[in-house]
Design a binder for this molecule. Structure first.
Ligand SMILES: *Cc1c(COP(=O)(O)O)cnc(C)c1O
Length: 403
C-alpha cells in the first residue's frame, strides 16, 4: 500500500470490530483479570518482550497500553518495520535503544558527529555506563571495536543538514547494529531500515506530533529489537501517555501532507536565501554542493523540511561577535516566524544552535558558527515566510551595526 494510505489507516485494524471510528483512548493504569492463570501468562509474555495475551490482558499500563500500541503499529507500518516501541520523549527512546544494545561484554558506542546536542551529551557523559568514540561517517569502520554494541548516526544531521549515507555506514559497521535518528526526515522522506539500519528512532515531538503539543519518542525495528526495547521500557518506566499516543496517531494521517508541504517551502526559501546579501552558507540538501553523494532521490525521497543558514555580521563574517549579534537581532525581529527551539510544528520556528540546542554538546560536537540559525519550516505561505525572513535579516544587520 502507498505510504499515504498507510498513514491514514495503519494501526486502526480493530476499530471496526470495536464499532468506533475515532481512536479510543484507554486511560486505565490497571486491568482487571478474570483468572489468575491468565494474568500470570500475560505478565510473563510481556516481561519476555511480547504483547499481552488475549485472555490475560495488559495487567498494568507500564507493561502495555492499547492506545499506545495502535500508534506503534501505525508508525511501524510507515517505517516498513516489524514493530515500533514508543517512549515518553525522544531522549527516552534513545536511552532505551542504547541500553537495549548494551551487553555485559559490549558497552562501546561509535557515534558519528555532529549529532543532536543532547545525544552528544548523553553519550559523552558516560551516564549510561557506556563509552563512546566520536568519528565522522568515513571513520566508522576504523572506530568499531570488538566491544562495540552500536553505531549511532543521525541524518539529516542537526543542525547542519549534512547527509549521512545509511547504507554505507551499515556496510562499514559490519555485524554491529546501526541506529539512525531520522527525526529530521520523518518516515515520509526516508526509511533507514530498508538501507540496513537495525533501529530507526524519532523524536516524535517534532514532525510526527506535528503541532508542538506532544513530547514523545519512538523506535521502529525488527521484532527481536522491539522485544528488548519493551523490556527496557517496562523496567525504566519511560512510557508514553495514552493521550499523547492518541495525538500522535491522529497526526500520522496528515503527516505526509504536512511534511511534503514544508519540504517544498523549505526548498523555495533555501533558493532565495542563497541569493540574499548578508547571508552566508545555506544548509539544505537542495542547495548546490550540499548533497555530494547524491542521496536525495535515492536514500531520501526529497530534501526534507529543515534548513539552516548563516546570518553574517557587519564585518561579513559568519562567526564572531558581529555574527552573534546579527543572529540575535534577526531572531528578535521575526514576526510571523516563532523564535523557539524544537521543530516540526505547523508554524515556522527559528532558533540559534550555537546558543541553544548545540550548546549542550561537549567539545567538538558543539562547533558551529555564531551566525547559524536553524529554521523548521511550517505550513505558512512561502512568500509570507520570505518577507518575514528577509526583513529580519535586514533588522539583524542593523542591530549588529549599532551594537
Ligand atoms: C528533539 C530531538 C531529539 C530529542 O527528542 P526529545 O523529544 O526532545 O527528547 C533527538 N534527536 C533529534 C534530531 C531531535 O531533534
Amino acid at each position: 500500500m502507498h505510504p499515504d494510505s498507510l498513514a491514514v489507516h495503519a494501526g486502526r485494524d480493530d476499530l471496526r470490530r470495536l464499532g468506533v471510528h475515532a481512536l479510543p483512548i484507554d486511560l486505565s493504569t490497571t486491568y482487571p483479570f478474570e483468572s489468575l492463570d491468565d494474568a500470570v501468562g500475560s505478565l510473563d509474555a510481556m516481561m519476555a518482550g511480547g504483547g499481552p495475551t488475549e485472555t490475560g490482558g495488559p495487567v498494568y499500563s507500564r507493561l502495555y497500553n492499547p492506545t499506545v500500541g495502535r500508534f506503534e503499529a501505525g508508525l511501524a507500518a510507515l517505517e516498513g518495520a516489524d514493530a515500533a516501541v514508543a517512549f515518553a520523549s525522544g531522549m527516552a527512546a534513545l536511552t532505551a535503544a542504547f541500553l537495549a544494545a548494551r551487553t555485559e561484554s559490549q558497552s562501546h558506542v561509535v557515534g558519528v558527529r555532529p549529532i543532536y546536542g543532547t545525544t552528544d551529551r548523553l553519550l559523552s557523559s558516560g551516564l549510561l555506563g557506556m563509552s563512546v568514540t566520536w568519528t565522522d561517517a568515513d571513520g566508522v569502520a576504523d572506530a568499531v571495536r570488538p566491544d562495540t554494541c552500536l553505531v549511532a548516526i543521525e541524518t539529516p544531521v542537526n543542525p547542519t543538514l549534512d547527509l549521512v549515507d545509511v547504507a554505507a555506514v551499515a556496510q562499514a559497521a559490519g555485524d554491529v547494529p546501526v541506529l539512525v535518528d531520522s527525526t529530521f526526515a520523518t518516515p515520509v522522506v526516508q526509511q533507514p531500515l530498508a538501507l540496513g539500519a537495525a533501529m530507526v528512532m524519532h523524536s516524535a515531538t517534532k514532525f510526527i506530533g506535528g503541532h508542538g503539543d506532544v513530547l514523545a519518542g519512538v523506535v521502529a525495528c525488527g521484532d527481536a529489537w522491539a522485544a528488548r526495547l519493551r523490556q527496557v521500557r517496562i523496567l525504566t518506566g519511560a512510557v508514553l501517555h495514552p493521550f499523547a499516543a492518541y495525538h500522535l496517531h491522529r497526526g500520522l494521517a496528515t503527516m505526509p501532507l504536512r511534511v511534503r508541504r514544508s519540504q517544498e517551502t523549505a526548498t523555495a526559501l533555501a533558493a532565495r536565501l542563497a541569493e540574499r546579501d548578508g547571508v552566508g552558507a545555506v544548509y539544505h540538501p537542495s542547495v548546490d554542493g550540499r548533497d555530494p553523494a547524491g542521496l536525495v532521490g535515492t536514500q531520501m525521497s526529497g530534501p526534507g523540511p529543515m534548513l539552516a543558514f548563516e546570518v553574517l555580521g557587519p564585518d561579513g563574517r559568519a562567526d564572531g561577535p558581529g555574527a552573534f549579534a546579527a543572529a540575535g537581532g534577526f531572531l528578535r525581529a521575526l514576526g510571523l516566524v516563532t523564535p523557539a527551539v524544537s521543530l516540526g510544528s505547523t508554524d515556522t520556528l527559528a532558533q540559534h544552535p550555537a546558543g541553544l540546542t548545540q550548546r549542550v554538546a561537549t567539545g567538538e560536537g558543539g562547533l558551529i558558527t555564531a551566525g547559524l540559525v536553524r529554521v523548521s519550516v511550517g505550513l505558512e505561505d512561502a512568500d509570507d515566510l520570505w518577507h518575514d525572513l528577509d526583513q529580519a535579516i535586514a533588522a539583524g544587520r542593523t542591530a549588529a551595526e549599532s551594537a
